[in-house]
Design a protein around this ligand. Sequence first.
Ligand code: 2RA
Length: 344
Amino acid sequence: MAVRVGILGATGAVGQRFIQLLEDHPTFELAALTASESSAGKRYDEAAKWRVNTPIPDDVAEMEVGRTDPADVPDDIDLLFSSLPSSVAAEVEPDFLEAGYVVSSNSSNDRMAPDVPLTIPEINPGHLDLIEVQRDERGWDGALVKNPNCSTITMVPTLAALDQFGLDRVHVTTLQAVSGAGYDGVTSMEIIDNAIPHIGGEEEKMESESRKLLGTFDGAEVALHDAEVNASCNRIPTLDGHLESVFADLAEDASPEDVAAAMREYPGVDLPSAPEKLIHVFEDNFRPQPRLDRERGDGMQISAGGIQATDRGVKYNCLAHNTIRGAAGASVLNGELLAEEGWI
Ligand code: 2RA
């Protein structure tokens, strides 16, 4: 039977990606859309400045946009995807959780809350059991699951593959696409012939979220992984696709060939939106590149390449589509995991 889903924040860059990814989904049926007060009451195609590279599905174009309030969302919705600005999400997500909705959220608030699962299905699916803790402690009838920041999702699968060699310390420099800054960034492309260093809040997110994702969960809490993670995050004039250069210090000897094999063999999951193989490793050291490689696996596969030995481990590049694998696709995959594991 179809799972009826809704989108909170349906008109923004990530909200539009949700609509694209949910078209013809094998399990999810899109049945509710919300946005800000200025869009409420309008047809979706009148409320949204559609910028995704496929047309608005006809049935979605005609849907009425509701206010982002539980009173405007039908009771028979089983799952809500959230792509609200984090300041708005921090205020309204608890209202939906108290009202009994299950929320798979891309918004950055509460990602590091000790009782909130921060999940990538291929990396730490067991962390979903934190839902029991949040229900006990917060009294919610619903449940909240977060996916990490796009820059974190790009790197963490590769680190998970390296953890068998004793992941000790990580330095990463990101080259992040403008779509990560929302659609205003895409239309203006004001940073042509430029790059912006130290972009807002990204470095802290990568440093903390990576350690939570790789951390051990004992049924009550997550112990953060003890690897040190240092990030330098930069915006460059690419439309979509975050490219990252990672330097990973390892406790054990591992050749570039060992590391490539570990990444290639890292297991995927059997969920509708998951790529068959989580990580594609290029032989060609000039790949991955954003424009050439961001659509691999319908935008859900991580790419890596240029793996070379250093004095303390390895260095390599990795890439993911930031608004698909790094945002809407990540939340949809978490929704599929919630359905698969019987939380909805
Ligand atoms: C970015 N913060 O800057 C966005 C993605 N979450 O790319």
